[in-house]
Ligand binder design. Structure first.
Ligand code: CA
Ligand code: CA
Length: 183
């Protein structure tokens, strides 16, 4: 019969060399969030997405709620005016979008522009239609003066709690400065 003290010592010895398990912390960075935005390269862009896969961390100044959003970074090569739109001609946008542009992703005070329904852009009743694929005038469009090599955060969000598929286009017009030298 094994001596009890010996048995305890043996067990303690075995435990000392046993592989230990440690609690591990896994940080998951969700795609299309402030921490892991989709990068737009160059001045223009055309693509699609679905905010159903987004986070609900941000709310634009002009409209919002608990809707999930997608975050992009936009760093133009040149200074000009960029137009961000979820209402391109061949739209796949199927929900009430909100689009806004910031210089700091999670800081609403850095928001440069925000648009809910592009058809009412600047309250101009003659502005072109900005419809969803179902014909509702609730897609978004905004034009913002942007500076070369400045990083901006573009957020495609939803009104209220709405999320869904969207088309996103970025078009760009270079700002030209004409200097006239008088004789
Ligand atoms: Ca949101
Ligand atoms: Ca809208």
């Amino acid at each position: 019969m094994m001596n009890l003290k010996f048995a305890v010592a043996l067990l303690a010895g075995l435990l000392a060399f046993a592989p230990r398990s440690y609690a591990t912390t896994t940080t998951t960075t969700l795609p299309n969030s402030c921490d892991n935005p989709t990068v737009i390269t160059g001045n223009t862009y055309s693509g699609t997405g679905s905010t159903a896969t987004g986070t609900g961390a941000l709310v634009g100044r002009c409209a919002g709620g608990s809707a999930k959003e997608h975050v992009y970074t936009y760093t133009p090569d040149t200074t000009g005016v960029a137009t961000f739109s979820t209402c391109p001609v061949e739209t796949t946008t199927n929900f009430d979008t909100v689009v806004y542009l910031r210089t700091t992703c999670d800081d609403v005070s850095t928001e440069l522009a925000c648009n809910d329904d592009g058809q009412n852009l600047a309250y101009d009743p003659t502005s072109a239609a900005c419809n969803t694929s179902g014909g509702a005038p609730v897609a978004s469009r905004l034009s913002v003066p942007v500076t070369a090599d400045q990083e901006y955060f573009l957020i495609v969000d939803g009104y209220g709690k709405y999320h869904g598929n969207y088309s996103l286009s970025v078009t760009f017009v270079t700002t030209t400065t004409t200097t006239t030298t008088l004789p």
